[in-house]
Design a binder for this molecule. Structure first.
Ligand SMILES: C[S@@+](CC[C@H](N)C(=O)[O-])C[C@H]1O[C@@H](n2cnc3c(N)ncnc32)[C@H](O)[C@@H]1O
Length: 277
């Protein structure tokens, strides 16, 4: 199963802070993946989410301080692997945990995660992945049962096992992500991770000590009750994939189901939050 995407190539002047603002606004409009280029950004949206006036709400395009041009085309399947090879820099979190592709040199970090992204997502979400890894570094996962919802490349599930989780379920709705996570689990010699293709519908009767979900605001708001339903008392919920402005809605939903806010991280307009049950 391969999704059809619309690809937009933007040129942005001045690049900073124009590109970051543009990415944030495009994210609100429904674009789901971004690859930074020398003079701007290439953004992807699934054809089903696209409408002809999709750029109508992007305020930055009407801002005289920035010069932004774009061209767009329909593509059958994004070759995320080629995109990553072009743009992916290893992520190093607090000098302790690194995420790199096999073609990068092995770093000297306590945790070394090797990801061959193939065609699954994870490219434009470095900030959110990075912040989730930061939260996980600070969270005791030893002997815990963990859910990684929207696992993408499987990076967070793999890190959970490296940090001592005894059982990890990694779930993604996208077939490519499911297959890619399986490969990456093997590549990192993980043996406590089960990967599933699906969504919150798979969670009936499940119980976890830690639930991790880096997806997007609307899916999180929709599926939060199910995630929280499988979270043990005293358990931890880590959420990302949304912006600072979305926090009130997410916070309201979490508190409605009895969770207590614990911590927030922020990077380039993106946020990652931690709640305790
Ligand atoms: C932003 S990526 C996160 C990938 C990875 N966890 C990370 O932190 O880098 C979000 C992932 O959620 C998946 N996804 C989208 N909707 C979903 C749903 N309703 N249930 C489960 N996964 C979903 C997408 O296919 C995508 O792989």
């Amino acid at each position: 199963m391969s999704a059809i995407y619309i690809e937009y190539k933007f040129k942005v002047k001045p690049l900073n802070p124009g590109r970051e603002i543009l990415i944030a606004e495009l994210g609100y409009a429904g674009f789901e993946s971004f690859v930074e280029t020398e003079d701007g950004v290439t953004a992807y949206i699934q054809k089903g989410e696209w409408k002809t006036d999709i750029l109508g709400d992007i305020d930055l395009l009407n801002n005289d301080l920035f010069e932004i041009s774009h061209e767009f085309s329909e593509i059958e399947q994004v070759n995320w692997n080629a995109e990553w090879e072009k743009s992916f820099q290893p992520i190093v979190v607090e000098s302790r945990c690194s995420v790199r592709a096999p073609f990068h040199e092995k770093p000297d970090t306590e945790f070394d995660i090797v990801i061959e992204p193939k065609m699954s997502f994870g490219t434009g979400h470095h900030e959110t992945t990075h912040m989730m890894l930061e939260h996980m570094l600070d969270t005791d996962l030893e002997g815990k049962k963990v859910l990684d919802m929207g696992c993408g490349t499987g990076v967070l599930a793999i890190f959970a096992e490296m940090k001592g989780a005894k059982a990890v379920d990694a779930i993604d709705i996208d077939n490519w992500c499911y297959l890619n996570s399986l490969e990456n689990v093997e590549r990192n010699s993980c043996s406590h991770i089960n990967v599933y293709e699906g969504d919150a519908g798979l969670l009936k009767g499940k119980e976890y000590d830690v639930v991790i979900a880096n997806i997007n605001r609307n899916i999180l708001l929709n599926d939060l009750p199910v995630y929280i339903d499988c979270l043990n008392k005293g358990g931890i919920l880590l959420l990302s994939g949304f912006y600072e402005d979305d926090i009130p809605l997410i916070d309201e939903a979490c508190k409605k189901y009895g969770l207590e806010f614990a911590e927030k991280k922020e990077k380039n307009f993106w946020v990652a939050v931690k709640y305790v049950n």
